[in-house]
Every structure is written in C-alpha cells, then in structure tokens.
Design a protein around this ligand. Structure first.
Ligand code: GLV
Length: 323
C-alpha cells in the first residue's frame, strides 16, 4: 500500500481544518505564531508532498528547486503574488488559491474602510479618546458624502464588482472603473458602471478603491503623479496588496492635503508600516484583515485543504491557478 501523502501546514490554522486534512493525509503543523523564513520553510518541507500556505509564505523558484517532492502548493488566500506560479508549473507542481469564498466579506470591508475614510471615523475617534473633545462646532470633522458620489474602482474583478454593487445599489453611487478588460455589457448595466481610462478614473473619482492584484505591472500603480491627478476632496482605499500604492507618496499627499483621506488594509513590506503613514491623521489603518470573519476565513482554509486532498489523491484541483 502506498504511504499517505504528507502535507506541511506552514502556519497556525483552525483545528477543524487540521482534522479534516488528517483524515486524508499525514500532517505536519506549525504550532507557533511565527512565519518561517524561506530557508526554514525549505528545511521543514523536505519529504512533504503538499504545503498549506496563505498570502505571505515565499514560494519562489529557489524553494521549488529545493523541494523536489512537492506536488501541491495550496493557499487559503485569493492573491498569490507570494507564489512563483511559473516555477511551480515548470516542475509540475499544482498551485491553488481561494477565490470567491471571500468576495463579499472583503467587499464589505473595503466599503467600511471607504466610509471610515470619507466620514473621518477613526480620526475623530482618536481625537475623542485623547480627551481633546471640548465643544461641538459646525465644521467639526466634516468629511465627504459617500451616497450619490462617484465611486472609482481600479481593478474590476470579483471583489471590485462586489464593491461596485454595494455602491450603486446601496448608496446610489455613480460607478466608474478602470481594468485591463471591460466588463461584459450585461455586468456593467445593472451597476451603471462605466469603463474609463486610468487618468479619468483618478480625476473623476470622489472615492477611489483599489482592488487590483499585485504584479510587476501594478507595482506603484498609484504614486505621486497619480495622486496629483485626484481631487483634493477625494479618498483612496486599498484592500488589494501592499506595493500597488507607493506608501511614501501617499503619506506625503495626505500630509499636503493633495487628497482628503485614505484607508489602507495592506502595506508595502507589511507587517512593517511606513512611519510617515503612522504620522498622518487623515488615514484609517488596519492590519490586513479584509477577509477576516470566522465564517469566511474558515471557508478559505477549507478550500485550501480540499485542494490539497484532491491534488494529492490524484484528482483535479477545485480552484487551480494557471501560470
Ligand atoms: C488576502 O489578502 C488574500 O489574498 O486572500
């Protein structure tokens, strides 16, 4: 009888996911709240057929070459810029991600961040908590309306469309978007969504939400030049990936009030956060939690586990990533 396939779960995860995997494969866990650096991950992966990862484990060409037994890299994240998919597929390793299951949860959070930036919710809360509230005033923390404003979306995939739905149907917003490809007319029509070039998006958006995946092509897609095109009353929200926005340029634009406010869930070099961002008041900062509800994180992890089980038992993956 063939031995059971062996899976390394590279990070702590819900016990029911470990249990599910144990029913089908031999499991090694990482029980510590630490992310293994690449060399340690390589050492721990020896003799394993599959690995369970999320958005940060560096599955690069060096790791892939050093782990010849590896057959499956299954991530509980939807974004997979931490995985060299071409290097994996060149060695016959299947890569999977976790699309769809987090779409609405992430869209809820993106919308919440946009609202918080526009209505200065965390900025005013810090003010209150610091004991500085002495009187009400007519211009006290005046922000920008969200309802009936122009929602600009950069990257109109599943999450972008879900944010557009919330804006158009719930908040009567006018939706413009920029994406490599235009949506089909039957997807645009119910949202009243209009494709525009990037410059028009930046110039016209009252609230810009970034949902484009990170790649070399999207690195610093929003930098000083792009921020300079935006309205001084506009807000910017990023729930995509650190590196799509130039954090230093954003901090400067906020400091100089080139735009009114921002909200970031993702950062260049996270969990480090650029000191200049921490120093500006007109920003909402959260630690990469857009998909963080118990129900959704459980579904994401379950999908990664089911992908591992399928691939290592010779079945087709449920949600493969193509090179
Ligand atoms: C989280 O950032 C994800 O890609 O799922």
């Amino acid at each position: 009888m063939n031995p059971k396939p062996r899976v390394l779960i590279a990070r702590q995860i819900f016990p029911e996911i470990v249990e599910r995997l144990r029913r089908h494969v031999d499991v090694t866990t990482n029980d510590a709240p630490v992310d293994w650096p690449r060399d340690e991950l390589i050492a721990r992966l020896q003799g394993h057929d599959g690995v369970f990862v999320a958005a940060t484990e560096p599955i690069d060409a060096t790791l892939v070459a050093a782990c010849p037994q590896l057959k499956a890299v299954c991530s509980m994240a939807v974004g997979y810029n931490n995985i060299d998919v071409a290097a994996c597929s060149a060695r016959g390793i299947t890569v999977t991600n976790a699309p769809d299951v987090l779409t609405d949860t992430t869209a809820d959070f993106g919308f919440a961040l946009m609202l918080a930036a526009a209505r200065r919710i965390t900025e005013s809360e810090h003010f209150l908590r610091s004991g500085r509230w002495q009187r009400w005033s007519h211009d006290f923390f005046c922000g920008a309306d969200v309802h009936a404003a122009t929602l600009g979306i950069l990257g109109m995939g599943r999450i972008g469309q879900a944010i557009a739905r919330r804006g158009a149907l719930g908040f009567d917003m006018k939706v413009i978007y920029h994406n490599r490809s235009r949506l089909a007319p039957e997807l645009e029509a119910p949202l009243g969504a209009r494709w525009v070039d990037k410059e028009t998006l930046l110039r016209e958006a009252d609230h810009l939400v970034i949902v484009v995946p990170y790649s070399k092509a999207s690195h610093h897609a929003i930098g000083a030049a792009e921020l300079a095109l935006m309205k001084p009353t506009a807000t910017l929200t990023n729930v995509a990936r650190g590196g799509v926005v130039d954090d230093a340029a954003l901090a400067q634009a906020l400091r100089e009030r080139k735009i009114a406010a921002a909200a970031l869930d993702v950062f260049e070099g996270e969990p480090e956060v650029h000191a200049a961002l921490l120093a500006v008041p007109n920003i909402v900062l959260t630690p990469h939690i857009a998909s963080a509800t118990v129900a959704t994180r459980t579904k994401m992890a379950l999908l990664a586990a089911d992908n591992l089980i399928a691939v290592l038992h010779g079945r087709a993956p449920l949600t493969p990533v193509k090179a």
